[in-house]
Design a protein around this ligand. Sequence first.
Ligand SMILES: C[S@@+](CC[C@H](N)C(=O)[O-])C[C@H]1O[C@@H](n2cnc3c(N)ncnc32)[C@H](O)[C@@H]1O
Length: 358
Amino acid sequence: MMPVNIENVDETKLEELQGKIITDVAGSLGLLLAYVGDQLGLYSALAEISPATSQDLAEKTGTNERYVREWLSANVAGEYIEYDPASSCFSMTPEQALIFSAEGHPACMQGFFQAVISVFADEPKASEVFRTGEGIPWGDHNQCLFCGTERFFRPMYAENLVESWIPALDGVREKLEAGAKVADIGCGHGSSTIIMAQAFPKSTFHGFDFHEASIEHARERAGAAGVGSNTSFEVVTAKEYPGTDYDLVTIFDALHDMGDPVGASKHIVNSLSDDGTFMLVEPFAGDSLEENVNPLGQIYYSFSTMVCVPASRPQEVGLGLGAQAGQKRLTEVLNEAGFGHVRRAAETPTNIVLEARA
Ligand SMILES: C[S@@+](CC[C@H](N)C(=O)[O-])C[C@H]1O[C@@H](n2cnc3c(N)ncnc32)[C@H](O)[C@@H]1O
């Protein structure tokens, strides 16, 4: 028995907390089943043939009816899918179809679910680094993390980057339209690099990341997107990427994963042209833990515990900035590196966009 003084337990508070935790347990299993449905194409098939019986859906997807029926039942219980008892048919509302099956739409959450599943799969590695204090290099994570990250972030970048974030930077859109030189550091699968390259064909975009498999993927994606001629991708660390006189350097959701964000930012200062701009996109956060007590804070701190801090620790310096650093702490990092002017240029419910100049 744990050392809890039972007499001090407030039954009402206990019941409230139990209710919240039951919801969380249901949600965690809901995501697991949502991921199964994603991998088997169950949601997209149901969206296509709704209303459908479990037999219809099993036939459409080449899966076993008994499993499909149980999966559908769990989804109905979680209100992810609709059920009509009179006809024994299942269907999806337009909103459910968007969230579970509209690949590429900003409302589709499947990439998010995939990233969550990846951290569940990596639990043994994470628990081990708590004991040793060592890290988990980005490339050692479950493959689902790389695909899930790209899948979830790409639609957000597609929605905001060209339309809102770049126009919010002082004079940058005009430079990109005329023809500028851009470095995208920690570019991962290159979704941000490719979106910018498509929007600004007169500019050249250089994606850098130290994870070789991600860079190979980025090259393939750039070729498929038709931007092979104004993009290049190279395997290199943030402190060593080549080139000078960049008009714009960007980092999307990667500075806090780096071991030495100050060192990386110093390298950025040195690689920029005299009037160059650094655009830093980081997870939305307040400046203190107290300000981040909400579901988004729980999500980001959790990913940070399982992925971001372990990614930073084994690198040089190993700062472990964390995914909820907030603007104040990020500004300190940028000031220390030599950026004298830092301001919040834009924000979304999930991201802050900082503009930094030397
Ligand atoms: C969360 S992912 C973001 C990827 C991409 N920017 C995006 O938004 O989809 C973080 C990326 O930072 C890269 N990274 C971490 N530390 C790095 C370093 N020191 N130098 C270069 N890349 C690094 C990882 O390999 C990974 O691709």
